[in-house]
Design a protein around this ligand. Sequence first.
Ligand SMILES: NC(=O)c1ccc[n+]([C@@H]2O[C@H](COP(=O)([O-])OP(=O)(O)OC[C@H]3O[C@@H](n4cnc5c(N)ncnc54)[C@H](OP(=O)(O)O)[C@@H]3O)[C@@H](O)[C@H]2O)c1
Length: 333
Amino acid sequence: MTLVNRQWLINGRPNGRSLIDGDFKLVESPARDPEEGEVLVKTLYLAFDPAQKGQMENIGGYTAPTEIGEVMRGSGLGEVVASNAPGFAPGDKVTGALRWQDYATLPARELLKVADDDLLTANLGALGTTGLTAFFGLQKIGKPFPGDTVVVTGGAGATGSVVGQIAKIGGCRVVGVAGGPAKCAWLIDELGFDAAIDYKAGDIRDQARAAAPDGIDVLWDNVGGPAFNTLLAQLAMHARVVVCGGISRYELGKMPAGPENYFNLIFKRASMEGFILSDYQNEFPWARERLAWWIRAGALRYKEDVQHGLENAPRTLRRLFQGENFGKQLLKL
Ligand SMILES: NC(=O)c1ccc[n+]([C@@H]2O[C@H](COP(=O)([O-])OP(=O)(O)OC[C@H]3O[C@@H](n4cnc5c(N)ncnc54)[C@H](OP(=O)(O)O)[C@@H]3O)[C@@H](O)[C@H]2O)c1
């Protein structure tokens, strides 16, 4: 039986502007049978990350350039439908770079088999790249010490909310920066953050001074732009600045000018370092175990924002840039 495979292709480059419908094109083709060493996977969920827009723009970075007409890249969770590889059988649940399509035929080595349990979808969020990004960015670069003040921008986002909670587990005082009262209240009431800064409620300088009166020991930035610049002026001595992402620049179409307050790194003997999660790939297994343990112990909580239908993939990606997602942005097929 031939399986019909709906696929979203890249059809435009959203440089210097928001994503539009015309940036994507929906086509149908037959799903390809798996050759030796390959597995045919039916997509159950797709996961969304702001970096996907950057990949469409091709303005440099760390992934191979995208082509107009290629199937839109993205990670997902799926079920094995047919296997031509040892270790994979129909019914197995897997994660991998499934792309925006109903069916993916991939080499088995590019797939990770995951347990079909109550944490199944967490493999795309708190137990997947989101949680691992938070884990390794803190462990390798932020290096928080008990008692440190940790401030995280994009604090109510998928990555930021895990960053803050791991820092809490490590005995830190945690401040999240987020857009709007609902997200700020969630950080304090549900996740146990010590304070929240609503960057949409006006200048954040005074809010930051009140929330972190002794300065910021670890500044985790997911956002860039004016908020990041303002927070750089509030660093404590020997602070560590973790540069994880810069969603506020993703619609500029170019790299932004450097932050005016970078000189504070000198005054405060601080360091600033970026990272890419894939650098720590060899260490993922033990980090996943630790994240799962925290979740099961109730120390790490996560929220998922689930949209529905492959036809809604483009507008689901757009939600990230309007702050509409509340939790890890997923799409259920
Ligand atoms: N370095 C790495 O290896 C790595 C790996 C994974 C992710 N990342 C980065 O981590 C960051 C977070 O990704 P995520 O997947 O966890 O997404 P997310 O934080 O769940 O979603 C994005 C959030 O960013 C905020 N936002 C959107 N536009 C903004 C703007 N102009 N200014 C300030 N905030 C804005 C919105 O929250 P509000 O409602 O609060 O505004 C939105 O909900 C991204 O920059 C991503 O690229 C890096």
